[in-house]
Design a protein around this ligand. Sequence first.
Ligand code: OSB
Ligand code: MG
Length: 367
Amino acid sequence: MKIERVELLHIAIPLVKPFRTSFGSVDSKDAFLLHVITDEAEGWSEFAGDPDPLYCSEFIAGAEIVIRDFLLPRVKALPEPRAAAAGAAMAPVKGNELAKAALETALLDAELRAHGMPLATYLGSTTGQRVPAGVSVGIKDSIPELLDDVEEYLADGYVRIKLKIEPGWDLEPLRAVRERFGDALPLQVDANTAYTLADAEHLGKLDEFGLLLIEEPLTENDLRAHANLQRRINTPVCLDESIHSARDAATAIAMEACRIINVKPARVGGYLEARRIHDVAQANGVPVWCGGMLETGIGRAPNLALAALPGFTLPGDTSATSRYYAEDITEPFVLEDGCLRVPSGPGIGIDPLPDTLARFTTATHLL
Ligand code: OSB
Ligand code: MG
């Protein structure tokens, strides 16, 4: 396989409603796609980060430079630009996991398409498998607004609700959701690093709500603080932002900094490392689930292939297209009995719709 051309397409797609977290609010998904053209097949991927480095240190403008000037030249210098060799070739570049994931995934897609193999088969899951879908519900201006949204998602069939929380928006919304929808509803929360250890006693009050987990309550990468918190509360701590690699996962598990891990392929440098985290967690009896970054269909399809692996025992943030977009750049993913299906085509199993993609593309750069 020889790389002939790599295109980077900036896209902007309106969200059906603003999505607010403890780190900010967005009403549009701004991202870029990578389109790798080789002599054997073409591959697609999506950069998962945002225009601003608020969720993580990477951001769109920086990632474009990192890919163009540091990652792609290293991959192009390989005798054969196979996805399995790309990780090692890119390793001298520190960090930048989201950028690495985007490049590795586009290469992997091209390679698998050349072999006619679906990503799910490559990873060890099954195409056509149904993956239970949860939904992440943003911070709202009022409790009634939150309850309306949760009601709508439950009517759609989502099997698990995740509430975004922050200081001042935690106990009250949880109490309201439990009162309205009952104790049996699978419910979890995500703080996106909004608390400190000084809040440990307050966070202990979440125990009464019988949550599946609390995601990333404290400062990113502070495993010691998360371990300290986990000793003081019953709700299982789940790490998102703090896990960048399989090594991080092994360390966090050994330190008892978490009891559950949110696996986002982009955050850990791609699907190969995500698979390793799944394996490490499974060997330690730690459940994992697949997180999301409001991906378009190009990012959603491969996440479903990953989420179908056996260690993904909790519903993911792999929601249907309609939860994000009135119109997406791919065919929509539709909820069937609370589940999405793993695509069955080769590679990531989905292609952008050319006309729709053209309408949502704001700039195209040849790398
Ligand atoms: O922390 O899981 C997160 C969205 C963007 C950035 C970070 C997160 C999220 C979500 C939504 O919670 C996940 C999704 O539905 O894609
Ligand atoms: Mg999270």
